[in-house]
Ligand binder design. Sequence first.
Ligand SMILES: Cc1cc2nc3c(=O)[nH]c(=O)nc-3n(C[C@H](O)[C@H](O)[C@H](O)COP(=O)(O)OP(=O)(O)OC[C@H]3O[C@@H](n4cnc5c(N)ncnc54)[C@H](O)[C@@H]3O)c2cc1C
Length: 476
Amino acid sequence: MHRTDRSGPGTGLRAGLSDSGAGFRTNRPAVQRKGRQGLKGHSDGLLSEFRSREVTQSRRLIIVGNGGAAVHAVRAARAAGHQGPIHMISDAAGPAFNPMLAPYFLAGKIPFEACFPFGKDFYEDHHVTCDFGVPVAALDALNREICLGNNKRIFYDRCLVATGASPILPKIPGLRHSPRIFSLRTPRDTIRLHATLARAKKALILGASMIGIKLAQILMDHGMTVTIAEVAERVLSSAAHPVCSSFLARKIREKSVDLRLGCTLDHIDEGAGKLACHFTDDRSLETDLCLVAAGVHANTGFLDPCQVALDEGILVNERLESSAPGLYAAGDVSQGPNPVSGGKKLIGLWDNACCQGRTAGANMAGDDTLYLGTIPHHVSTFFGVTFLHLGDVHRRGDHVRILTNRTSVDGTFHVLVFDRAVLVGVNSLNAVQNAGMLKSAIMQKLHWSDDLNLPLENPTQTQIERILTSLRTPRF
Ligand SMILES: Cc1cc2nc3c(=O)[nH]c(=O)nc-3n(C[C@H](O)[C@H](O)[C@H](O)COP(=O)(O)OP(=O)(O)OC[C@H]3O[C@@H](n4cnc5c(N)ncnc54)[C@H](O)[C@@H]3O)c2cc1C
């Protein structure tokens, strides 16, 4: 049996692009289908298969984490018919939080409660036992045993690690957890930052990342003067092609952001209600707050790398299984197959976390479901520009061709990256209407017809349209 599930996470707000290119395949094991028939028949064979299904369904499932990946895993396990115990463990108290919605709350667009899209009744409704407010301190994958921060020990038959990621705090003297230094990931981070919005006048943001730039816009809308310091020589260094980065940097500076590229913070002195931020180029800046948006690291600290294969995250296959038997990983902590490169990539996106959680939950319950992976994809609007990133815009090699149109009169801008005739990456500004189609083209490795004979530099909008039309028509 094959199933393709393209439903989104259902938060009610735009959760990035639809997962048009990704899909699920379900191959329910014969034992499950036969098990159901076994209820009617009475042969020994069918009865033993029914018992085997009963064993599967009474497995003890543990889910570590309480974010999008974790919640979707619980739903999927119950939907797959799992009737045995499900135990969730999270270091945070309270219902599941969606970090992606925190900027909308800070911008005053949604109430704080809307950042908890699954509600507090989810756990009772799904018959889940909760250990919330206490972290997992260690996981022994050989003995299938979890040790909590309060020394409680729990055994599992199947365990999902869905512990997400945490903001990186660069090792810079004076940059530490303090009332004036912020990052944004948890409900607590969100409340702290929100409480300071009305008071602070000047902010330093470390990192011209997607989150850093989005937050710069929000802080400016609250009347703050904002400096962004970025170590790299350009903005959005992982999501944007250099040509697109410089265009965006101009746009950001036009909005009066003090954008400092190639700029490294040396140390911070804290005192008299202010932060004195000193940079390696001898410049200094006095601010009310410093917001760190310099990337994240996967929360894998409680795992033993001798027991579980780790890279940037927990390495998983298309079933979301790690290298350790019975141990799965999903969401921002997992590094799964990348359908385009063929390698494994950590993709920190909400819909990816939810799709992975669903696949892992179904498989832990005895299904055989595959998640074929997705590509990096972002749509974000800041400083009057809608930015689109799809796939790999940094591909290098003799066969790579990069097509840009940077002088469009209508304010749109495209960078299309081809490897031979295959589209592998896209940046667009103010032109997201083709995003779903382009994402599918990348995922499906569709070919661009060479006989279009277009210039690689500065094609007109009409010529870009011809390329997009050509991509809609697969040529194999
Ligand atoms: C500010 C911001 C904006 C974003 N914007 C977007 C966007 O526009 N589009 C998009 O697609 N994505 C966006 N994201 C990313 C998206 O929010 C994540 O990809 C998604 O939330 C990942 O879900 P998850 O379940 O894997 O992890 P998380 O939501 O981080 O959940 C992890 C869970 O594990 C728990 N945990 C951690 N360590 C332990 C431990 N040791 N023991 C027990 N529990 C533990 C945590 O408390 C939490 O409950 C954004 C993220 C941020 C921070």
